[in-house]
Write a protein that binds this ligand. Sequence first.
Ligand code: C5P
Length: 250
Amino acid sequence: MDTSSLPSMAQYSEKSLDPRVIVALDYSGAEQALALVSRLKPDLCKLKVGFELYVSAGPDLVRTLVDSGFHVFLDLKFHDIPNTVAAACSSAARLGVWMMNVHASGGMAMMQSARSAVECVVHTPRLIAVTMLTSLCQDDVESLGISTSLESHVIRLARMAQSAGLDGIVCSAREVSRLRQEVGDRFLMVTPGIRTQDTCSDDQKRTLSHTDAIRAGADYLVIGRPVTQAEDPVLILGQINTELSQMATT
Ligand code: C5P
């Protein structure tokens, strides 16, 4: 793994960083991911490592990204019995990641075990819960046999995650303003499914634009293909950041 072009940790102090965009490094291998990362800086974005990249590149790549000063969201969406999830969370937290997640539908005991496990690590990551995947819509919820509306189900899972002591949730930006009324302002809301009208929604169904997501109250935006598959990912990321910072000053 050639990591020579990545920034060193010392170049970036943690306090100066709070980019709202988390770039989803959905690549099949470390080489491709690092080719993009070498063009990024921790003050431009945070990074997300999901199944595809983790299965091929493993914990070494996660450590490399962390050591380069990036805030890394390890998106492995753990969902298993409490003991197994707690052990997995403990190992993941020891990689030094900034954020990690479990599925809220794993239940209260599973989320509480995950919370306790990450508390035992020196640098406790933010632990959040996936509510309903942004690739699902009301019809999918019905076919799963869930009898309430998708929004009510998301609210129920969000409340459970909050009661279990988690730091926040993954949800659609479309649900954020309603969820804020239920769980308040301090509960983190991380929103994938970010698309503008000009971009293809791919397999995402509950989408919103980056500006509307922030306006609705999202804390962090997970953006994958609109950035990673752009002709110039760094240019697109720069445009998104500019539009978000213009919103902050108006
Ligand atoms: O390419 P795109 O912007 O759709 O990527 C979204 C990313 O966010 C993917 O890595 C996907 O796994 C992740 N994600 C999601 N919906 C969730 C949780 C995570 O799309 N509820």
